[in-house]
Design a protein around this ligand. Structure first.
Ligand code: I3P
Length: 122
């Protein structure tokens, strides 16, 4: 659905850059990748595409674990000027992702839904 509350999930394609593994460790692969992102139950997971997510949700992008959004900081990355419609997700453990949405509307929807998930006590 297109809802952005904490109670329901939000999924869709984004272009992702994994910048930091933790506060002090840069991610080893910092290239931009088109991925399918699913946010629900206070966590985000990344997949190669929608079909992969639907048919085998255990098979994540590069075999990554899902990420806990509890106490994550989510904001529009207005200081990142190389691409448009980019939001920044900083997890409580210091890991940091830049996520490029298709347009400003989708970017705002992601910010709203991810913030709701980060506040979820589920
Ligand atoms: C990365 C790629 C990213 C770039 C990143 C590079 O190289 O060019 O686009 O981030 O810069 O490391 P590769 O594809 O070879 O992994 P930007 O788009 O933000 O510049 P970084 O090392 O400064 O993170």
């Amino acid at each position: 659905g297109s809802g952005t509350g904490a109670g329901e999930g939000h999924e869709g394609y984004v272009t992702r850059k994994h910048e930091w593994d933790s506060t002090t460790k840069k991610a080893s692969n910092r290239s931009w990748d088109k991925v399918y992102m699913a946010a629900k139950a206070g966590r985000i997971s990344f997949y190669k595409d929608q079909k992969g997510y639907k048919s085998n949700p255990e098979l994540t992008f590069r075999g990554e674990p899902s990420y806990d959004l509890q106490n994550a900081a989510i904001e529009i990355a207005s200081d990142y000027t190389k691409k448009k419609h980019v939001l920044r997700v900083k997890l409580a453990n210091g890991a940091l992702f830049l996520l490029q949405a298709h347009d400003d509307t989708e970017m705002s929807q992601w910010v709203t839904s991810l913030k709701a998930q980060s506040d979820s006590t589920a």
